[in-house]
Ligand binder design. Sequence first.
Ligand SMILES: Nc1ncnc2c1ncn2[C@@H]1O[C@H](COP(=O)(O)OP(=O)(O)O)[C@@H](O)[C@H]1O
Ligand SMILES: O=c1ccn([C@@H]2O[C@H](COP(=O)(O)OP(=O)(O)O)[C@@H](O)[C@H]2O)c(=O)[nH]1
Length: 236
Amino acid sequence: MPAYKRILIKLSGEALMGDDQFGINRATMVRMVREVHEVTQLGCEVAVVIGGGNIFRGVAGGSVGMDRATADYMGMLATVMNSLALADTMRQEGMTARVMSAIAIDQVVEPYVRPKALQYLEEGKVVVFAAGTGNPFFTTDTAAALRGAEIGAEIVLKATKVDGVYTADPKKDPAATRYTNISFDEAITKNLQVMDATAFALCRDQKLPIKVFSIFKSGALKRVVLGEDEGTLVHV
Ligand SMILES: Nc1ncnc2c1ncn2[C@@H]1O[C@H](COP(=O)(O)OP(=O)(O)O)[C@@H](O)[C@H]1O
Ligand SMILES: O=c1ccn([C@@H]2O[C@H](COP(=O)(O)OP(=O)(O)O)[C@@H](O)[C@H]2O)c(=O)[nH]1
């Protein structure tokens, strides 16, 4: 039995590169989709927000010195590409997915309309939210918090490159230790960078818990959804 009826999964864009320098690694994408498929088969309603770091890295050199808002719009468009690729992979794996974009690109993808998204979820379709929040100066983590709150998700699952929230960045400090549980206030006060402060603050205000776990660990997503001990729970 899944521990949650409706969840919002934030998939790292950067993780999509796999071992490549940038772009979408096919095998990695398929593996991620199969993990999501498993939780839909448990009977969970699933919405997804995917980042854009994998594509944006490939063009970051050209964005040096660029106006921040323009670079951010490029980042949002990168998430649209990832969302389309993700939904198509889902289709190939036998799932039904719908992409909804926060930025109007009518010929390419349908716009985000909240009641429509709710309808898709009730029908058991996976909804992929593209283009982040539609605003520069935000991140896809904040988009995950925002959409999670809007659709009434019980939890935001951040599938990232590390297996939880640590006392310090584990990539820089090998002595860092992982929390099993941490409150929003503590994560914010200690300035733990695994998610940005805007996303943390929004989830805290909405009393929407976040689970941080590794996207590279096979079966971790399913374990989280089954309520088993995995990653770090950030709670009110
Ligand atoms: N206290 C911390 N605990 C865990 N990870 C941290 C911490 N501080 C910084 N990080 C870094 O945050 C990164 C994950 O955040 P982010 O860049 O938003 O990834 P993504 O959006 O691609 O999932 C990790 O790769 C990790 O190195
Ligand atoms: O609401 C949003 C969401 C994303 N972005 C831009 O899109 C990029 C890609 O998203 P993110 O870095 O969160 O993806 P990930 O870290 O998961 O690869 C960000 O760096 C921002 O430049 C934005 O401007 N507004």
